[in-house]
Ligand binder design. Structure first.
Ligand SMILES: *Cc1c(COP(=O)(O)O)cnc(C)c1O
Length: 435
């Protein structure tokens, strides 16, 4: 199957090139020429499948033989080797806990799938020598990407984060790894980190000499496995005999990758009544839904750092999938909350339901409460474990939180950090020197 740029449908390439390059040469995003519709019989039988069986079947449908089946089987079984429970809280709400993977945030699945696929492509191209994965991060992306690629020979990861803006536990999750993972502390903002990476992709000398790739959510390889969240929720509800005729998902949004995956699942035939997109005060998509105008802004820091995006990367894909602003409004209800509302929601949920939700999950939890109508079944995606922001969370709920092993194993290890200005010359020299 061919993949085209969202900006120019004549500009096409293979899945392999789409995954290696991340971005199309005209700066568009790659999309498949079509997404196959799942057979009805398959949909009816999903309740009987394990997570790995379901993930493999759906990935195989979506990728349509572009990856050999035995290779894909191993990639999927590896990427999905932890639980994704759908829990019902005492308040009667369904929450899909996506945070039981190695770095306890929902990005684990997408980055692990992508890492293994990239590693397979690398094994077929000895001439590439080394692949350099560049990733700007406000916390969650860097740790998920770094842990997914850690120890893979022939692949180097560079995670760039803004000084002073990433929590210690989050930083420890990638800065203690060493080996093929380089943590770069940039004296600047998250937008500076992003811009350094963008400049690297446009630099002729770097691209002539090095194989560069982006592990950001613009990479199509991260979107395919994320569709499984939505199919898996549906399958669990069907298995329990819950009415799924009016199914609604609330998604905490930043670069809109997770929401894009939900819309792709819907196009493959999953019966979803609507999505609720929920942002923090960086409410670029919310403003688009309300006004029809898409206006990126500088990123503002919040207590839900993984939602801090001033220019949601996957916007072009959402427009390609839904076509018009009217149609976007038909499929998506948009909400946005500030830090005080996030804190209120965490406290209220803890008090009333004895359920601890993290600041990212909180925005979606609140929007689901406001938006869900009688007769509808709502699933809120819980994207990060509360202990990832342990100090903040303990202050908010005024109670101690246990630290799971996945996080505590990093805490006392030594960090190796490369400090840098926000100038491009220093970053370019580092990349050239290291390879
Ligand atoms: C990345 C992230 C999000 C946002 O996901 P997008 O696909 O960028 O919209 C939400 N919550 C957490 C915890 C994240 O790490």
């Amino acid at each position: 199957m061919l993949y085209h740029s969202t900006l120019n449908h004549q500009l096409t390439t293979t899945l392999e090139q789409a995954v290696i390059k991340g971005l199309a040469p005209d700066s568009g995003l790659y999309m498949p020429e079509r997404l196959p519709r799942l057979p009805g019989a398959f949909m009816r039988n999903m309740g009987a499948m394990t997570l790995q069986e379901l993930a493999y079947a759906i990935s195989a449908f979506a990728l349509m033989d572009d990856v050999p089946v035995d290779v894909l089987h191993d990639i999927v079984y590896d990427a999905f080797d932890f639980d994704i429970p759908l829990v019902k809280t005492s308040g009667g709400n369904y929450v899909l806990e996506l945070f039981h993977g190695p770095t306890m945030a929902f990005k684990d699945v997408g980055t692990r799938f992508m890492a293994r696929l990239l590693n397979y492509y690398r094994s077929r191209h000895p001439e590439w020598h080394t692949i350099n994965v560049l990733v700007p991060t406000s916390g969650d992306t860097g740790s998920a990407v770094a842990n997914s690629f850690w120890g893979m020979s022939g692949i180097n990861v560079y995670a760039l984060y803004p000084r002073g803006a990433v929590s210690k536990i989050q930083k420890a999750q990638f800065a203690t790894l060493g080996g093929n993972v380089t943590a770069i502390e940039v004296n600047g903002s998250f937008d500076d980190c992003k811009s350094l990476v963008e400049k690297a992709f446009l630099d002729d000398e770097l691209n002539d000499r090095l194989q560069l790739t982006s592990a950001m959510s613009i990479n199509y390889a991260r979107l395919v496995p994320q569709m499984i969240y939505y199919f898996w929720s549906y399958a669990q509800l069907v298995k329990d005999g819950t009415d799924v005729s009016n199914l609604v998902f609330a998604v905490p949004c930043s670069n809109l990758g997770n929401l894009t995956s939900g819309l792709m699942a819907q196009q493959m035939g999953l019966p979803v009544k609507r999505f609720i997109s929920v942002e923090n005060q960086n409410n670029i998509f919310y403003n688009y839904v309300k006004t029809g105008v898409f206006t990126p802004k500088p990123t503002q820091y919040s207590i839900a750092p993984a939602l801090d995006a001033g220019c949601p990367n996957n916007f072009g894909r959402i427009i390609e999938l839904l076509g018009t602003h009217d149609n976007v409004c038909r499929h998506i209800h948009a909400y946005s909350y500030d830090d005080n509302q996030i804190i209120d929601t965490i406290q209220q949920t803890y008090r009333d339901e004895k359920y601890v939700i993290d600041p990212h999950t909180a925005v979606a939890y609140r929007a689901m409460h406001e938006d869900l109508q009688p007769g509808e079944t709502g699933v809120t995606l819980a994207t990060a474990h509360p202990a990832k922001l342990k100090n903040l969370m303990e202050r908010i709920i005024d109670a101690p939180l246990a630290m799971p092993y996945q996080l505590s194993r990093f805490v006392n290890a030594e960090m190796h950090v490369h400090k840098m200005s926000n100038g491009f010359t220093a970053f370019k020299r580092l990349l050239l020197d290291r390879s």
